[in-house]
Design a protein around this ligand. Structure first.
Ligand SMILES: [Fe+2]
Length: 255
């Protein structure tokens, strides 16, 4: 079985037995592997060093009858995430975070139980309208406190709570195009954190704006044959059309 859900922001409690009973069937069915995929803002590689809470939840996920896979969102600690050694899983490149938790790297294609998944994480942060404080500024704490006193909470600190790597490099984007070409521009599912340019246009945008990634994903969407595309980031459960879905707390079965 394979399930997909949206952002968890460091709290995977929606995979508890009461909230997600299907895992009983997974535990009983040893005939194949079982997977749960998180569409970014995983948030369990977030603190400067692994915290006790992060370790607790990763150990908790390791005991589940499924393997947890996630693409990166914009709320990840990219310094830590990208420091994990690169390995391979199901035909694509991953970072192995704990024994049964893996980060699916950008532009890679994975074959899980016979189905192909194109993964491309990342997104622009929209909760930074009060600015980015330079993390190497020795006064960053004071500057942060000053903003808070002024009632401004929409700020983050470079390389401590915000990373430029939330948006992809040219190399990552080319990797995605090259891998899709190898698969004849055809996969079963596309997994992204960011919505595509047309999804933002359809949903009215609001605080979400177009950027290099929304435009890239739009190109992918147009030029790839796929059954469904799932995206996180916008914290809504909504079908934009019959193929493209935004997911948040819902857990959807795809196999
Ligand atoms: Fe999020």
């Amino acid at each position: 079985m394979i399930f997909i859900t949206g952002d968890i922001h460091g709290n995977p409690v929606r995979f508890s037995m009461d909230a997600f009973e299907e895992q009983r069937d997974m535990a009983a069915d040893k005939s194949e592997e079982h997977y749960c995929i998180v569409l970014g803002d995983f948030g369990l590689v977030w603190e400067e060093r692994q915290s006790r809470t992060e370790k607790y939840w990763l150990d908790w996920l390791d005991k589940k009858p499924f393997t947890t896979l996630f693409i990166d969102g914009n709320h990840e600690n990219f310094d830590r995430l990208n420091a994990y050694p690169v390995s391979e899983l199901a035909g694509g490149k991953v970072h192995r975070i704990s024994s049964k938790v893996y980060h699916l790297m950008r532009g890679e294609i994975f074959t899980l139980n016979g189905l192909t998944f194109f993964a491309f994480g990342g997104a622009s942060s929209h909760d930074i309208s009060d600015g980015i404080i330079e993390g190497n500024d020795k006064n960053w704490r004071e500057k942060a406190k000053k903003l808070e006193k002024e009632g401004k909470s929409m700020f983050r600190i470079r390389n401590k709570s915000w990373w430029e790597a939330e948006l992809p490099t040219e190399v990552e984007m080319k990797n995605g195009i090259d891998n899709l070409s190898k698969y004849g521009k055809k996969v079963d599912f596309i997994l992204t954190h960011s919505p595509t340019a047309s999804e933002i246009a359809i949903l009215g945008g609001g605080t979400y704006e177009q950027d290099v990634l929304t435009r890239y994903l739009e190109e992918i969407r147009i030029n790839t044959e796929y059954k469904k595309m799932f995206s996180g980031h916008m914290h809504v459960n909504r079908a934009v059309n019959d193929k493209d879905l935004l997911l948040y707390e819902q857990i959807i079965r795809v196999q």
